[in-house]
Design a protein around this ligand. Structure first.
Ligand code: AMP
Length: 308
C-alpha cells in the first residue's frame, strides 16, 4: 500500500449557496483531499494545524476512514482556521466573506517520521513557503509531488510560489489562475509556459467544464459529469486532487497513461462532493456508488467513429 502525505487546512467552513446556508461545518482542503484519497488502498496522513475548538467527532470521522492524524497539531486554547464563502446563482463564482487564519498563521508543518518516505505528496492550497518546507522534510525525494495553489498566492507571494513550483512534478490550477500565472490566454500556451517553470505535468481545472492534463506534447481531457443537482461546489478541486493522488499512490504507476486514469477517478469523486453541503456526501460515499458512476463516465465519453 503506497503512502500519501497530505498537507492543507482542516477548517471550519460556513457556506451560503442559492440552495441554503450552513452553520460552521467541517471543511478545509486537507479534509476534502483526505476523504477522496480514502476511497483507495492508500496509507494517507494529514499534516495540518487546528485549535482545540475543533470537535473531536470530526477527527474521529477522519480516523475512521483510515487516515493517519498524528501530523495534525492541536493547539490548546487555539482557534481553528475559519472560512466563509457565498456562491452566486451560477455556482461557478463565489465571494469569500471571511477568512480567519487563527492557528494557521503560525503553521510550521511537521511530517511524522514514518511518513517522510511517502511516495506521493499532495500539497494543498497554502502559502508556498509552507508547501516548500514540507518538500524539504521528505527523505528520499517522493516519486511524485503535486501542488495546488490559487490566485491569492500569485497576488501576495509570487516569488515564493515561483521558487516552490521549481521543485514539484504536477500543478493543479484553475483556468483563470493558469492565465494569471503566465499572461497567456490560450490554455495550451499557458500549460507550456508552466512546464518551463518546473512541473512537467499541468492539470487545468475548468469547474463544471472538466479538467485538462498536459505533459509535453500530450494532452488529455476529462469532462465533468453533468449532474442534476449541485448544492455546494466547495472542496470540488480538493476532492479532485485527493482522487488523483490517492489513485496514483495506490497503484504506484506514474506513467502518463495512468495519470489519465487518475484524472478520471478525481473527476468522478468531485462529482459526488458537490451534491451536498460540505463533506456530507463524501463522508457516506460507498464504493459501489463510485463504481457505478465510473461506468457513467465511460459511457459519456465513449464513441465509435470510422476513420480513413
Ligand atoms: P476549493 O473549493 O477546492 O477551493 O476549497 C475550499 C476549501 O479551502 C474550504 O474548505 C476552505 O476551508 C479552504 N480554504 C479557503 N480559503 C483558504 C485559504 N486562504 N488557505 C487555505 N485553505 C483555504
Amino acid at each position: 500500500m503506497g503512502k500519501l502525505v497530505i498537507v492543507g487546512t482542516v477548517a471550519f467552513d460556513e457556506i451560503e449557496s442559492p440552495f441554503g446556508k450552513t452553520d460552521k461545518i467541517l471543511g478545509g482542503a486537507a479534509t476534502f483531499i483526505g476523504l477522496a484519497a480514502a476511497q483507495f488502498e492508500v496509507d494517507a496522513a494529514i499534516v495540518s494545524i487546528v485549535g482545540d475548538d475543533l470537535p473531536q467527532a470530526y477527527l474521529d470521522m477522519l480516523k475512521g476512514k483510515g487516515i493517519a492524524l498524528e501530523g495534525i497539531e492541536i493547539v490548546p486554547d487555539g482557534k481553528t482556521f475559519y472560512w466563509k464563502g457565498k456562491y452566486h446563482n451560477d455556482l461557478n463564482s463565489r465571494d469569500t466573506l471571511v477568512t480567519e487564519l487563527n492557528t494557521l498563521a503560525d503553521f510550521n508543518p511537521v511530517v511524522p517520521e514514518n511518513y517522510k518516505d511517502a511516495e506521493v505528496v499532495m500539497l494543498g492550497n497554502l502559502h508556498p513557503g509552507v508547501q516548500m518546507s514540507v518538500i524539504q522534510q521528505m527523505e528520499p525525494r517522493p516519486k511524485l509531488i503535486v501542488l495546488d495553489t490559487m490566485n491569492f498566492w500569485m497576488d501576495n507571494a509570487l516569488p515564493d510560489l515561483l521558487e516552490t513550483i521549481k521543485h514539484i512534478d504536477v500543478i493543479t490550477i484553475n483556468d483563470e489562475e493558469a492565465r494569471q500565472l503566465t499572461g497567456e490566454y490560450s490554455l495550451v500556451k499557458a500549460a507550456a509556459r508552466i512546464q518551463e517553470m518546473g512541473p512537467k505535468y499541468v492539470v487545468i481545472k475548468k469547474g463544471e467544464h472538466g479538467a485538462l492534463l498536459f505533459h509535453g506534447a500530450h494532452v488529455f481531457f476529462a469532462p465533468a459529469l453533468p449532474l442534476e443537482d449541485v448544492f455546494d461546489p466547495t472542496g470540488a478541486g480538493d476532492t479532485f486532487a485527493g482522487g488523483f493522488t490517492g489513485y496514483l499512490a495506490s497503484t504506484g504507476n506514474l506513467s502518463f497513461e495512468n495519470m489519465k486514469r487518475a484524472v478520471i477517478y478525481g473527476s468522478n469523486l468531485a462529482s459526488f462532493c458537490v451534491e451536498r453541503f460540505g463533506t456530507e456526501r463524501m463522508e457516506d460515499l460507498k464504493k459501489e456508488a463510485v463504481q457505478q458512476r465510473l461506468h457513467q463516465f465511460k459511457a459519456l465519453t465513449q464513441f465509435d467513429i470510422e476513420l480513413e
